[in-house]
Design a protein around this ligand. Structure first.
Ligand SMILES: [Zn+2]
Length: 97
């Protein structure tokens, strides 16, 4: 790994390493802001989801991958509200202050 900047999905925080990890724009080009789980063909796959719902979903996945629930929720709470997709939402930030 020679790059200092890590590519993480600005929606779910997943590290994106391979080209196939990235999402796609409507014209089929790679979108480097979001992963392919969150963003495909120019749209969020989970459009309309709230930050809370997204965190709950992330926690579930992390627990499935072997993380404890406490660690997973701490990670989600520390990461997701700072990501570009969620930063605009003032309401969400108030909840997790
Ligand atoms: Zn993502």
């Amino acid at each position: 790994m020679g790059t200092s900047e890590k590519n993480i999905c600005q929606s779910c925080g997943m590290p994106m390493i391979n080209m196939t990890d990235f999402g796609t724009d409507r014209d089929g080009n790679i979108n480097t802001d979001y992963c392919h789980y969150c963003y495909q063909e120019g749209e969020f796959t989970d459009k309309g989801i709230s930050l809370e719902e997204k965190m709950a979903r992330n926690i579930k996945i992390a627990v499935k991958l072997g993380m404890t629930k406490a660690t997973a929720s701490k990670l989600a709470r520390n990461t997701l509200p700072k990501l570009r997709r969620w930063r605009k939402s003032k309401k969400a930030q108030q909840v997790f202050k």
